[in-house]
Design a binder for this molecule. Structure first.
Ligand code: SF4
Length: 237
């Protein structure tokens, strides 16, 4: 975290196993399902090392799809939402788990949070069917073509001084050692595309207040939506 984590490559764990950091019941705090009760699966490891990343994802246990499903059942309530996040969850092929999950819970939704730099072809059918919903939060100038084709929800972390004011979206260098400003990958055009702005948490009251104000200004100017990390306000994980 905070740019210090080792970077992992796609498929670092042999299919169908997964390396799982944690599973827990919470309220989704960000993006299109904000405010919804959810079971979270945090998969371990990331291929990026963003300097502002405040998420712990380095530890983890190897689990079979069956074992992970047992963990999800423990946390499961009336919520029909499971969120798979990371790290970068698409480093791992979750298709065997999804197969078993949707057999048991056919009317549930799995939301996957990704930075968009990795693609798992075996996940295509779940995304096309609408059972799996992608939310992409770009941290790099480009994302995979499949992410661009299938993802409808684009979430940007807003730092007051890191905005390209020609479209109101970030142009910050996110990886350690990079200083040059580059626009992060932009969403495709389309009436069904939703852009979310989320203030960067800099663990500094003045900076955070400025980032929140910037989100509000940009949302009003460009008709974007605001995503606040309401799980932090609620005091849940
Ligand atoms: S892509 Fe996400 S999880 Fe990975 S280092 Fe960046 S902010 Fe953290």
């Amino acid at each position: 975290m905070f740019g210090s984590n080792p970077r992992y490559k796609k498929d670092f764990i042999a299919f169908p196993n997964l390396v799982v950091h944690s599973t827990f019941r919470t309220v989704q705090g960000e993006g299109p399902y904000a405010g919804s009760a959810a079971t979270f699966i945090r998969l371990s490891h990331c291929n990026l090392a963003c300097s502002f990343c405040d998420t712990e994802f380095e530890q983890g246990a190897v689990m079979s799809p069956q074992k992970l499903l047992e963990q999800v059942k423990i946390h499961h309530s009336y919520a029909k939402l499971v969120v798979i996040t990371g790290g970068e969850p698409l480093l791992q092929d979750m298709s065997a788990f999804c197969e078993q999950f949707f057999t048991l819970y056919p009317d549930h939704i799995i939301q996957i949070e990704t930075a968009g730099t990795v693609w798992q072809e075996n996940m295509r059918k779940f995304i096309v069917s609408g059972q799996v919903v992608l939310v992409c939060s770009p941290k790099t100038p480009t994302v995979k073509a499949e992410i661009k084709a299938f993802c409808k929800h684009w979430k940007y972390i807003i730092q007051k001084d890191g905005i390209d004011h020609s479209d109101g979206l970030p142009n910050i260098p996110t990886q350690p050692g990079l200083t040059k400003r580059v626009p992060l990958a932009r969403p495709p055009e389309g009436d069904d595309i939703v852009v979310w702005l989320q203030p960067m948490d800099e663990y500094d009251a003045d900076k955070n207040a400025a980032n929140i104000r910037e989100c509000a200004e940009l949302a009003m100017l460009w008709n974007y939506k605001v995503s606040l990390q309401i799980h932090k306000l609620l005091g849940v994980e």
